[in-house]
Write a protein that binds this ligand. Sequence first.
Ligand code: PTJ
Length: 253
Amino acid sequence: MTVPESHPRHESLQAREALADGVEDGYVAPQGLIAHGRGEAFDYLIGEATSPPAQRQARAAAAALVDAENAVVSVNGNVAALCPAQVASLQRALGCGVEVNLFHRSDERVSKITDRLAAAGCTDVLGADPQARIPGLDSKRALVAEDGIHEADCVLVPLEDGDRTEALVAMGKTVVAVDLNPLSRTVRRASIAVVDEVTRALPAIEEAADDLTRDEAATVLDGFDSEQARADALDHIRQRLGRLADDARSPRE
Ligand code: PTJ
């Protein structure tokens, strides 16, 4: 289905179409539709735009990636459906690795996602032949490439589950998450969480990285407090809802 450009919710409907197509093509997990719906609900509360706290989080995320020796972006079905080109652009800008890592893993899905990423411009996509495991994880998310996520000092995990975030942090890695739900375990456990929609967050991270030298990145990281950043994300929603409630109470013209 083509969504008319004039539709007031064009972008949101396009994203839904991309995910539904991905389910039909067999590379998005059906559970990905549920995950997306939850994300959409939080995006409504956030205001469907990158908030000032998310901008600061994106700068810290960029600093972590610039500071890393060996950063890898982890890609699941939803990310492959929504923003393969943004992943490719980030890879070009930062020279980082890209690895397919799936919760509902099957060889067929990994292969389709790898092809989709390659078609979008990603190079040397890892994940089809995982030789290592993340310790302490029983799910298939534990399966990783030795020279990819296993070796990485920094892993960018958009739309992640809390268990793997925790396990990657326990391995001593810097974990940068992108997740619209500021209450999720992922956001609470990540070294740096960007509470923003993934198609907005990846370009914001890339743009912030453009301006950062390695020395500046270290300074940004020194000044970043992940708990304060999460509190700022929650405050953003609280203040926004407060304003909307005031508007609803005020008499209409
Ligand atoms: O492709 P697979 O097999 O690896 O499975 C991927 C999903 C997403 C199904 C799997 O990782 C999953 O079940 O994730 P969760 O536990 O539902 O968590 C997804 C998180 O991403 C939730 O906290 C959502 O709020 C958030 N989210 C959903 N859509 C977006 C998002 N965050 C940013 N941008 C989005 N577009």
